[in-house]
Structures are given as C-alpha cells and as structure tokens.
Write a protein of this length. Structure first.
Length: 66
C-alpha cells in the first residue's frame, strides 16, 4: 500500500510562518498603538516616535490579514 502524502510548497510554508510571526509580534508588543492613543487623548498630539511605533503595529496587523 503506497502512502500518498500531500505536502505544502516551500513558499506556502514561508508565508504561513511569516503570518505567525506578525501575529505574535502584535500580540506581544501592542505598546506602540496604546502609547500613541494615550498621547493623543492627553495632549492632543503624538511624537514622531509614537506615531512610527503605532504605524509599525498597524502595518504588521494589515500584513497578517493579506
């Protein structure tokens, strides 16, 4: 009896693990978005560093959905 195993291609496996890393990144490091939100609520503006951190968080989230 022959065993026909179905395997995913290398590009599918790479994409899978890339999405896993992006999700874990956003779950483990949500501070960028939170700090930006707090700064806007308290002072009405955020620093460039806070904006960049929030953007990185958002881009990682968007990339994991695509």
């Amino acid at each position: 009896m022959a065993s026909d195993t179905v395997s995913y291609s290398a590009s599918q496996r790479i994409l899978h693990w890339l999405v896993v890393l992006l999700v874990f990144f956003n779950l483990l490091l949500p501070d960028g978005r939170e700090k930006w939100n707090d700064a806007v609520e308290h002072s009405g503006a955020a620093t460039a560093e806070q904006l960049a951190s929030a953007s990185l968080h958002a881009y990682a989230g968007i990339a994991s959905w695509c």
